[in-house]
Design a protein around this ligand. Structure first.
Ligand code: PGA
Length: 261
C-alpha cells in the first residue's frame, strides 16, 4: 500500500493497482466470514456490480479455490438491478453475479438476493418493501461493497437521492446510461430505470467499503470525500458513516488534497 490517510472516516487506502486494493478488501471480507463462521454465525454481504468489483470477486473465488474459504454460511444482497430486461439478459445484474461470483463458490441460490428486474408498476412498492424486510430478517448487512458512478451514485442512487431513501425505483441519470451504452451495444438499448437499495439502506450496513479505480473517478472521489455532504453526490453520505473506507488505486486518488484526509 502506498498511503493510508488519516484516522478520519471514511478511512482512505491507496494502492498501486486495483488488484492490490481489491485483494486487501477481499482479505478483510474473508477474515470477517471466517471469524463469524467460527462463532457459528452467518455473514451478510452487500454486493455491487460494474467493472469495479471484478478484481474483488476474482480474489474471493481464488480464496475459495486455493484457501478453503467457504461461503456456506453467507447470505448476499445486491445493490440494484435494471428494470425491464428479459430474464437471463446478459447485461442483467443477476447474470453478472452468476458469471463473476455465484457460479464459482459454494453459495446456495436460496442465499443470494437481487432486486427483481421484472416488476409490474402496481407491484413496485410491495416488492421494494419485501427486499428491505428480507435484509432486516437476515440480520442486516455486515459488509457492504460499493463502486462509485461518475454522478457520485452508490448503488443507483442518482443525484437528488435523499439520505434516508430506501429500496425503490429510480430514473437512471443520462451520464449513467451513457457509461452503460457500450455494454448494451448503444444508448437506445440501456434501460431507463432500475430498482436500487436506498442511501439509507446502504448506510445501515455495519461496514461499508467503496472501491474506485482510474483517473476518470478521481474528481468524483475527491468531491465525495472533500466537499460538503450533499444529496447531489450520494457517496458523500459515507462521510457520516462511522465505519466506512475508500480503497483506491493511484489514479482514483490523484485529485485528493495531500494530507487533507
Ligand atoms: P463501474 O461502475 O464499476 O463500472 O465503474 C460503478 C458504478 O456505476 O457504481
Amino acid at each position: 500500500m502506498r498511503r493510508q490517510m488519516g484516522m478520519s472516516s471514511p478511512s482512505i487506502h491507496v494502492h498501486d493497482t486495483p488488484a492490490e486494493a481489491a485483494a486487501a478488501v477481499a482479505a478483510e471480507c474473508a477474515a470477517l466470514i471466517r471469524l463469524r463462521a467460527a462463532e457459528g454465525r452467518s455473514t451478510v454481504l452487500g454486493l455491487a456490480t460494474g467493472s469495479t468489483p471484478l478484481p474483488f470477486y476474482a480474489e474471493l473465488i481464488r480464496l475459495h479455490r486455493d484457501d478453503g474459504l467457504s461461503f456456506a454460511g453467507v447470505t448476499t444482497f445486491n445493490l440494484d438491478e435494471y428494470l425491464g430486461l428479459e430474464p437471463g439478459h446478459p447485461e442483467s445484474y443477476a447474470a453478472f453475479m452468476a458469471k463473476h461470483l455465484f457460479d464459482h463458490v459454494d453459495l446456495g441460490s436460496d442465499r443470494t438476493h437481487l432486486p427483481p428486474g421484472q416488476v409490474e408498476e402496481g407491484d413496485l412498492e410491495r416488492v421494494c418493501g419485501e427486499y428491505e424486510r428480507s435484509i432486516v430478517e437476515a440480520g442486516g448487512i455486515d459488509f457492504q461493497i460499493l463502486g462509485i458512478g461518475r454522478t457520485g451514485h452508490i448503488g443507483f442512487n442518482e443525484p437528488g437521492s435523499p439520505r434516508d431513501s430506501r429500496t425503490r425505483r429510480i430514473d437512471l441519470d443520462p451520464v449513467t446510461r451513457q457509461d452503460a451504452a457500450p455494454a448494451f451495444g448503444g444508448l437506445e438499448h440501456v434501460p431507463t430505470h432500475a430498482i436500487t437499495m436506498g442511501c439509507g439502506t446502504i448506510l445501515a450496513a455495519r461496514r461499508v467499503v467503496l472501491m474506485a479505480w482510474g483517473e476518470k473517478k478521481a474528481e468524483i472521489v475527491r468531491e465525495a470525500l472533500e466537499e460538503d455532504v450533499t444529496d447531489r453526490v450520494s457517496a458523500s453520505f459515507l462521510q457520516e458513516h462511522g465505519n466506512a473506507a475508500f480503497f483506491l488505486d493511484a489514479g482514483a486518488a490523484s485529485a485528493l488534497t495531500p494530507g487533507a484526509a
